[in-house]
Design a protein. Structure first.
Length: 167
């Protein structure tokens, strides 16, 4: 992991919850410890806010999880799972994450994007061109190589096991 970070940096954390959830489940058959994720992302700097982008199903069984994120200080952005004729399901937050990042970046020094999704490469490049430091945090084995490359720093959660996982 990285060395000491400047305490005066104002930090916002954007968490692609589905991306992390599926990576942890696929790689480690485990759940993500979002408290540790947030702690590592902020790294003792000035915490401004965190958004967790989540998906609600028809059953609503994920509500206790959403409540747990809120208790950690993560504001949840909720989108309903879309179900299409034939059984296909879709719940994509990419555009919402991009809009929030651009809309809120003005008063920030650092945006920590917690996702390994290569679709965010143009966002990272844009934010850097606006003078923001962009750190990407995700499981390295499921993170886009180009995303790692364009970020100011890549924090590989694979190297921080088991603190980032709940069995």
């Amino acid at each position: 992991m990285s060395l000491q970070k400047p305490k005066e940096q104002r930090v916002e954390v954007l968490i692609d919850v589905q991306n992390l959830y599926h990576s942890a489940k696929h790689l480690y058959q485990a759940r993500v410890n979002f408290g540790e994720v947030l702690k590592q992302a902020v790294s003792g700097r000035k915490f401004i806010r965190a958004f967790g982008y989540v998906v609600r199903t028809k059953t609503g069984e994920e509500k206790p999880f959403f409540d747990a994120l809120t208790k950690l200080g993560i504001e949840t952005r909720v989108r309903d799972l879309q179900e299409f004729y034939g059984g296909a399901k879709k719940a994509d937050w990419d555009v919402g994450i991009v809009i929030d990042a651009i809309r809120t970046s003005q008063g920030l020094d650092v945006i920590v994007l917690v996702s390994g999704d290569g679709d965010f490469i143009p966002l990272v490049e844009y934010l850097k061109n606006q003078g923001r430091r962009v750190e990407v945090m995700a499981f390295g084995r499921t993170t886009s190589a180009k995303l790692k490359e364009v970020a100011d720093e890549f924090i590989d959660m694979d190297l921080g096991l088991p603190k980032f996982l709940l069995k």
